[in-house]
Design a binder for this molecule. Structure first.
Ligand code: NDP
Length: 519
């Protein structure tokens, strides 16, 4: 598999210079991902593959063609069918309506929506690029400002250059500080600041300025969908072309030879414009996640406008999702070390996904509650609040325990005692043997991915806040379950390849993935 790739990719006299470059890229990529290369272990990596099978290709093409229609379908179902996702299908089946009729009834592109969206994205770009973080100077414990990400393949290249140059410089007594460091990408972590400024302005407008209605997002929801799609496809296409013509780091590119797969899964690992505009960090966090809480606020304002009051279910959705979003920005520096930033390339699935999928489908609960203002009983509301908060606590604590354990190399306290762990080793492709530790205390002793379990409990709470009238608001928990179970399986496959028999010892000690006793 990839290990064989690795071996077979050694440059041979028959290879062209492009192939040699590609082979070099593959070796570097492999080394940095640090996958095991023990003779009996297979190598597995995150991110996209080097070769594409027919099954993946069909999946990729289907997603490229149909994903925008899936999003449209959900939003249209609310707009035209009171959030019933079966009714349009029934009417289509019985011949009572046609695709064309549904399409004709949907609000079309409007220049006013385009202006709103252009202003929104420009404002977020401005906050991201032009306003360096000051929040970390005032908030104790918050990590903001310039922070380092993960070592990239290009970073490794620079590291070798740096060491080589350092040696040369020492010999010739020249200052090595002049040489390119570039080991690890630097990021300006100012997401929390952007979120705070954006929301302060939103409230200032709603309360004092009255420049626009707080229902503006809901009122333009479908016209805005066309704008988000235009940006999603534009940024993915730009990233695709950029990877061929002027990549930020040619060492970071991954090509499969299949144009659709390259387009969807991305070629460049860390595309940037200038020093600070990092595509992955910008599109992952803003405009989608900053918008998430604003979209919910707009739904809340619409509920009040339509019915004269806001239901407790709407407040619950706003509060629980607000905590999740704030947590994301509070931990933005930590996020640089997660799979999304460390292993995924920037393509359509991130570019389009962050512009369209996330803001439209992660906010379906609030949209549903505009059409169905559910007022929950106190017991029901309290149960959901507890479920959401406990889920959040598990999600955050589990992530924190691993982070603390890895940062202190085990010299910490978890649940009041010294943590237990399994010592493991793995071998990188350059033959070096490395040591690592797998935590078996705290939530990491309960299940191997209890952070995902907490995330799923929180997701279920948002959906359950909408009552049991329709399936549409439950799309989120269904989607998150598929996403996180798949992610868990992929991660375990990679860890098993990396740690071999040590991973087996770990899975014997902590036998369940997500739910103790079940899975
Ligand atoms: P994790 O934070 O769970 O990291 C997995 C990695 O941690 C493994 O590859 C391994 O890496 C290391 N590891 C595994 N087991 C142990 C252990 N016992 N002790 C120490 N290290 C271990 O994965 P993600 O980056 O996927 O998730 C981060 C968070 O983001 C999660 O809470 C998840 O719920 C959330 N998330 C949310 C999404 C959303 O759309 N809302 C989408 C995706 C994630 P190594 O090679 O270093 O050993």
């Amino acid at each position: 598999m990839l290990l064989q790739d690795e071996r077979s990719s050694a440059p041979s006299p028959a290879l062209t210079s492009a192939e040699t470059m590609e082979a070099t890229r593959r070796r570097k990529q492999h080394r940095v991902n640090g996958a095991g290369s023990d003779p009996v272990q297979k190598s597995a990596q995150w991110g996209r593959a080097w070769e594409v099978d027919w099954f993946s290709l069909i999946g990729v093409i289907s997603l490229l063609c149909f994903a925008p229609f899936i999003v449209f379908y959900f939003v249209m179902a609310c707009d035209q069918y009171q959030c019933s996702i079966t009714q349009p299908l029934v009417e289509l089946y019985q011949g009572e309506t046609t695709f064309l009729t549904i399409w004709a009834r949907a609000p079309s592109f409007s220049w006013s929506a385009a202006q709103i969206y252009a202003a929104w994205v420009s404002f977020q770009v401005f906050l991201y690029v032009c306003v360096p973080d000051v929040v970390h100077k005032f908030l104790p414990c918050y990590v903001g400002g310039v922070q380092g990400g993960a070592l990239t393949p290009a970073g490794e290249h620079h590291l070798l250059l740096y060491l080589f140059n350092h040696l040369v410089c020492s010999i010739y007594c020249v200052c090595f500080c002049l040489l390119p460091p570039g080991l690890i990408n630097k990021y300006e972590i100012n997401g929390l600041q952007s979120w705070l400024i954006t929301h302060a302005l939103w409230f200032a407008n709603a309360r004092y300025l009255h420049w626009f209605s707080p229902t503006i997002i809901f009122d333009n929801w479908i016209p805005l969908l066309w704008c988000t799609n235009i940006l999603g496809y534009a940024v993915s296409s730009f990233a695709f072309i950029k990877a061929y013509l002027f990549p930020t780091n040619p060492e970071d590119c991954k090509f499969t030879g299949n144009v659709f797969y390259n387009y969807m899964m991305g070629i460049e690992f860390n595309p940037r414009i200038g020093k600070w505009f990092d595509f992955k960090l910008f599109f992952n966090g803003r405009p989608g996640i900053v918008a998430w809480t604003l979209i919910n606020l707009s739904y809340m304002a619409k509920q009040e406008e339509l019915y004269g009051h806001v239901t407790n279910s709407m407040i619950l959705v706003n509060v629980l999702q607000g905590i999740y979003v704030l947590d994301f920005f509070w931990n933005e520096a930590w996020y640089l070390k997660t799979i999304d930033i460390c292993h995924d390339h920037f393509g359509w699935y991130l570019g389009w996904g962050d512009c369209v999928w996330l803001p439209y489908l992660y906010t379906l609960q609030g949209l549903y509650l505009v059409y169905h203002p559910v007022q929950l009983s106190d017991t029901h509301a309290l149960t959901i609040l507890v479920l959401g908060l406990v889920g959040y606590y598990i999600f955050r604590s589990t992530n924190h325990q691993k982070d603390l354990f890895r940062r202190t190399e085990g010299s910490c306290s978890i649940w009041g005692r010294k943590p237990s762990f399994i010592e493991c080793s793995y071998r990188s492709a350059d033959g070096g043997v490395h040591r690592s530790k797998l935590l078996t205390s705290g939530f990491w002793g309960v299940a191997r991915h209890f952070n995902y379990t907490g995330d799923l409990m929180g997701s279920l709470a948002y959906c359950a806040a909408c009552g049991f009238g329709h399936i549409l608001p439950y799309f989120y928990i269904i989607y998150m379950s598929i996403l996180l179970v798949h992610r868990c399986v992929r991660d375990e496959h990679r860890c098993s390849s990396k740690y071999g028999k040590d991973w087996k010892r770990y899975t014997d000690t902590v036998p369940y993935r997500l739910i103790p006793g079940l899975f």
